[in-house]
Design a binder for this molecule. Sequence first.
Ligand code: PLP
Length: 403
Amino acid sequence: MDYEGFFEERLDALHQEGNYRTFADLARRRGGYPVAAHHEGGQVSEVLVWCSNDYLGQGQNPDVIAAMHKALDECGAGAGGTRNISGTNHYHVLLEQELASLHQRDAALLFTSGYVANVTALSTLGMGLPGCLIYSDALNHNSMIEGIRHSRANKRVFAHNDPEDLDRLMSADDPDAPKMVVFESVYSMDGDIAPLDEILSVCEKHNAISYLDEVHAVGMYGETGAGVAERDGVMDRVTVMQGTLAKGFGVVGGYIAASTALVDYIRSYGNGFIFTTSLPPAVAAGALTSVRNVRNSPELRERHQERAATLKAKLHRAGLPVMPSVSHIVPILVGDASLCKDASDALMTRFGIYVQPINYPTVARGTERLRLTPTPLHTDEMMDRLVDALTQIWADLALDKAA
Ligand code: PLP
């Protein structure tokens, strides 16, 4: 086989569809967020970042950075092993205790990312529970789909955010079979939020494990930032809470929080937990400080929601096609892969504004979009600059104004 030819042909196909991905070469500036340096063709320019998932700016929080420096000086660079073989650092233990307490659970378990947490926990549960049936929301993130696939359990896909469809599917199955319902709270591309109470009631009716991904909600929703389940007063009804330390908490890493036995089971059988080096101690220390800060900062969450509402209002006033998000995520519909990339390129080259185009397979074809993520650090002036730039680009590219 002509291997190189095969790879080039597949890449050409992406180019032709307008779905070939290029990455902006950025250097974040400590203390300067959301401004970053952009490197291109030997030149460096300043850009205003509007698409980061460092939703609360915790990646730039001085306390978090100081905690990481301190741990780096105390412990050195790497963890030195897998959790089982000398790689359990005291910061990992403290962080797991903090996360268990945040979610009001007996125990929590750290992973190297939210992605690995989902793949490992779902594959381990789905594989281990005899004859397990897994019900997965139609818009679940790839990490959950992969975890379910690796489990080799039978999967049913229920209509997005639709408890009635879930109930219909579950009612048609063997009432005694072990069941697990896998869903998210905030869906990151549309910015909609799941009806947790209704979905959990269906889980309870069918005696199913509920597995809730709160990756785009932890730090940002609920009185102490434990997520939408906390906001909606249903946290004690969720079997497994899953989250990330990379977005609202601004560092990196993933976790689950659940009962002692369930967490111990994943710790003991989960390959993606067992067979990999644990997070560097400095990362765990930074995340620990971030979680503690964010838990005690309701004003950060209020400001975050206010910033999102203000941006949505400004975009609406300018007649731009804001998609109907009820969260901090602000998607603007373009509806074409090439035009979406053109709009993103124009923002960067003409206006020094960075918004990555969101194309297939991240979203369905025909729903390509620009996804804006206002943070507490985005000012009114930054918003006005963005809205003016988008207005000009929409006119120049003759883009549709209907969402
Ligand atoms: N779950 C969802 C819903 C996500 O959107 C993502 C990543 O964006 C992940 C899990 C993976 O989290 P992490 O970035 O920590 O690997």
